[in-house]
Design a protein around this ligand. Structure first.
Ligand SMILES: Cc1cc2nc3c(=O)[nH]c(=O)nc-3n(C[C@H](O)[C@H](O)[C@H](O)COP(=O)(O)O)c2cc1C
Length: 471
């Protein structure tokens, strides 16, 4: 509400409000909220002697915050300015609205705030070094640049702005900003003379021309004693409002209000306390579908077998080991509008031994009688009550892919099968790309080879239009 009001304020009033907010260390919206709260509280007190509950009058004690950034990914680049401390609060504000926040810190930024503090607030380690072997193998600057919905630079120092304007990439922040194809929002913070300098003005023009969005800086007192003017970094809540505006969906998200259940990864079937039967599934495809469904506005539960891929943002993840545990987790996650069974569930397991099976010298190897595991896809697809409206199975085939998948569709009683050929050496299982055929009652739709994220986006779009048609 406050942002609507401040947006409509007369410029002169807004300027005075900004100074007042800066003097009290608040954002514009926060200051407006406080003024309004006090005014309403005063009125209520005089009119009826009623006192407002503490959480209305106070500093957001227990006020529930709308998840306006649910499942959105923000990469926050912290530059080397005194305002870096406010970026720690910004991380918290973004996260409490549901965003997943990754942090890149420049070397200078680490002089002002520690990676430990930023990491603790973000819930994951910040990235600091372009030439780190571990980081480059783990994520790498190109993935950092792309696996996000928005890059926020806060504080954007004069130096960082100059580097970006000139396409320089001497460090991780520069390389990420040059490699990205995502929108960039800068929150400049610097001394008013630096802000007014002709070089900075030129850089701002260049950056605007390159499509960079800006929030702030505000006018007010500087950290340096006695300095006032324009250069204060926008308050965290102002930056959050700019992020929300940039990421706001133009129309309702296609799976808004839908519950989607997804399984992913392999299962581990225990043999004894230390051994298990497994398969090569990495969980990349199932996790990508969960991420795409969440980004499409769905409430997603992901039942995942043991994987090393990260949990997708904005998704409720239930971790299981065996096929039996996966079935139980799936059943307790119902009801759902859609269920996508992308996990590679082991068809068979063995009766596990309570103690480690010993290798006896000269003895015969142990014999195992395989027992059939529950068929999760078939169980859910054949539910007579509470069956999800759309049940999608996956078929990993090594031969006669389409014929086998069609047979599976009929046998399992599901609505769609996503079939893929897993016969290639070093191919689909564990890889980043996938070639799939979508088999429905209407026929076979073969999609071109693409990234697993691409397959996920296509599938989610098909799910959304099928649900819309069923409506
Ligand atoms: C105490 C102190 C405060 C500083 N504050 C700012 C600032 O607010 N904005 C800015 O542009 N530079 C500021 N600087 C200068 C930057 O730290 C310096 O230009 C640095 O190279 C910027 O690194 P970056 O590109 O990683 O942000 C400050 C330097 C010091 C020593």
């Amino acid at each position: 509400m406050a942002s609507l009001i401040t947006r409509k304020l007369d410029e002169a009033v807004k300027a005075r409000l900004r100074v007042r907010a800066a003097q009290r260390g608040h954002s514009l919206e926060e200051e407006a909220r406080r003024i309004l709260t006090e005014a309403v509280a005063d009125e209520a007190d005089t009119a009826s002697g009623v006192t407002l509950p503490e959480d209305v009058a106070g500093e957001s004690t227990g006020t529930s915050i709308a998840p306006t950034l649910k499942a959105r990914r923000v990469l926050l680049v912290i530059g080397g300015g005194i305002a870096a401390y406010k970026s720690l609060d910004l991380i918290r504000r973004l996260k409490e609205r549901g965003a997943a926040v990754r942090v890149v810190m420049t070397e200078a930024a680490q002089q002002f705030v520690t990676p430990l503090a930023a990491g603790a607030l973000a819930g994951q380690r910040p990235f600091t070094d372009l030439f780190s072997h571990a980081d480059e193998f783990d994520i790498g600057h190109i993935r950092l640049a792309r696996e996000t919905d928005l890059i926020v630079i806060a504080p954007a120092t004069a130096d960082l702005m100059a580097k970006v304007a000139h396409g320089l990439a001497p460090d991780l922040a520069g390389a990420v900003l040059l490699a990205t194809d995502k929108p960039v929002l800068m929150a400049p913070a610097m001394n008013p003379h630096m802000w007014a300098h002709a070089a900075t003005r030129r850089n701002i023009e260049t950056l605007r021309g390159d499509g960079v969005a800006f929030v702030g800086p505000n006018s007010g007192e500087m950290a340096e004693r006695g300095e006032t003017g324009r250069g204060r970094m926008a308050e965290p809540l102002e930056i959050v409002a700019a992020v929300e505006a940039l990421l706001a969906p133009l129309r309702p998200l296609p799976l808004q209000g839908r519950r989607v259940l997804i399984t992913s990864g392999p299962t581990h079937e225990p043999i004894d306390p230390v051994r298990y039967i497994a398969n090569r599934s990495s969980g990349k495809q199932g996790h990508a579908i969960a991420a795409a469904a969440a980004a499409a506005g769905a409430e997603v539960t992901l039942v995942s077998g043991p994987v090393t891929v990260a949990d997708p943002p904005g998704v409720n993840v239930v971790k299981v080991e065996s096929a039996r545990e996966m079935l139980a987790a799936v059943q307790s996650a119902l009801p759902a509008d859609v269920a996508v069974f992308a996990a590679a569930v082991a068809d068979w397991g063995v009766e596990p031994q309570q103690q480690k099976i010993k290798k006896e010298k000269g003895g015969a190897p142990p014999q195992f009688a395989l027992r059939e595991n529950p068929d999760i896809l078939s169980t859910i697809a054949h539910m007579t009550r509470g069956r999800p409206r759309l049940v999608v199975g996956f078929a990993a085939e090594t031969n006669d892919v389409i014929a086998n998948a069609k047979a599976k569709l009929a046998r399992k009683g599901c609505d769609w099968i996503v079939a893929n050929d897993v016969s290639h050496e070093g191919g689909v299982m564990g890889g980043d790309r996938n070639t799939v055929h979508l088999i429905t009652a209407a026929g076979v739709d073969s999609w071109p080879t693409q990234s697993k994220q691409g397959v996920a986006a296509h599938l989610v779009a098909r799910i959304a239009s099928a649900l819309e048609a069923k409506r």
